[in-house]
Design a protein around this ligand. Structure first.
Ligand code: KG4
Length: 338
């Protein structure tokens, strides 16, 4: 009998639902919340309210697009954390209600596991998937981690950020430049036309495999503040070079520790995931690094880089196969590492 999993994602500002049937993606629906743009960041209370409005139509559409009746579902997978508590509560409560109503099990998914396992979402039977063990560079708005992935449900964090995440560095610096939220994609677009060697920003000196991005952010801020004193139009006149130099520094920081992790572990497959893995410079650099070092890279489709329910459904699918179910008293959690 087929294993059909409904995945629900509501950890931040996107309401998602997806259906995976025997590991193959049948539908993937996402309602993004535009309401936060005017505030320059996600407003938790508004996010929870929007999830509340979106969740029923989003799940309904995912089931219809998959051609699946809810009575055919084997289990419901949902993001239990990390994320915004109010947002997570909407998905968790909905999953509980549906699971009780349909008398099928629930599977709780760590959002970060979802990002790592997004490479196993197959849209065609011959889609290639990574072989274990592999190194995952997980770079999102809230996390920057290097993870040694030994199995679907067996992961070890080798390094992580001690302050800001890579996505935060993109977003906070973009905000200082007056770009809309989230700034990462805008920096990416501007960087394509700029000179990445024009400005030099501070790089961290942290031992081991941990990351730090707050020093870079401060150094970016000081560069701008000093320059604006003598030239108020500095940002406008130099925005492409600023974006390109910032992006290049973030990529250097990311690659430096990734290189170390590969050397230390001897692992030959590298995957990237999370919102920042949509960045053109990051993608090109990882491809090139892997090519030069005869490593196998897995670069996700852009639609699987940011939050989505397909990754929740596939992570839930593998837990379901391992009989790892979730009790009804499970509460969402705001923070956790892999
Ligand atoms: O994974 P994600 O959707 O959210 C979290 O789970 O945290 O990642 C969102 C982050 C934001 O910081 C956004 O600016 C960044 O991913 N991002 C990018 C790009 N697209 C999204 N950063 C740089 N370049 C991009 N093209």
């Amino acid at each position: 009998m087929s294993v059909i999993i409904l995945g629900i994602e509501s950890s931040c500002d996107d309401t998602g639902a997806a259906v995976i049937c025997d590991g193959m993606l049948r539908s993937n629906v996402l309602a993004s919340q535009k309401v936060h743009e005017e505030y320059g960041g996600v407003v938790p209370e508004l996010a929870s309210r929007a999830h509340q409005q979106n969740i029923v139509p989003v799940v309904d559409t995912a089931l219809k697009r998959a051609g699946v009746d809810k009575k055919d579902l084997s289990a419901i997978a949902f993001t239990r954390g990390p994320g915004l508590l109010g947002s997570l509560l909407v998905g968790t409560s909905f999953a509980k209600g549906l699971s009780l109503g349909l008398r099928i099990p629930m599977v709780d998914v760590n959002h970060l596991h979802g990002h790592v396992l997004s490479h196993f979402v197959r849209e065609n039977p011959d889609d290639k998937v990574p072989e274990f063990p592999f190194i995952s560079l997980l770079i999102s708005g809230g996390n920057s981690q290097i993870i040694l992935v030994k199995g679907y449900n067996d992961m070890e964090v080798l390094g992580q950020t001690i302050d800001d995440a890579a996505g935060e560095a993109f977003d906070k610096c973009a905000k200082v430049m007056g770009l809309p939220y989230p700034g990462g994609p805008h920096i990416d677009r501007l960087a394509a036309e700029g000179d990445p060697t024009r400005f030099k920003f501070a790089k961290p000196h942290i031992a081991g495999l941990d990351y730090s991005f707050s020093g870079l952010k401060t150094s970016f801020l000081y560069t701008l503040r000093n320059a604006i004193r003598t030239n108020p139009d500095f940002i406008e006149q130099n925005k492409a070079d600023l974006a390109a130099s910032l992006q290049a520094t973030i990529i250097e920081i990311l690659l430096d520790k990734l290189r170390k992790a590969v050397r230390q572990t001897g692992v030959r497959t590298v995957v990237i995931g999370g919102g920042v893995s949509a960045n053109s410079g990051v993608r090109a650099t990882i491809e090139e690094y892997c090519h030069q070092n005869r490593l196998t890279p897995f670069i996700p489709k852009r639609s699987f880089t940011t939050d989505n329910a397909a990754m929740v459904a596939i992570a839930g699918y593998f837990k379901y196969l391992d009989n790892e179910f979730c009790p009804y008293d499970a509460a969402p959690y705001a923070r956790v590492t892999v």
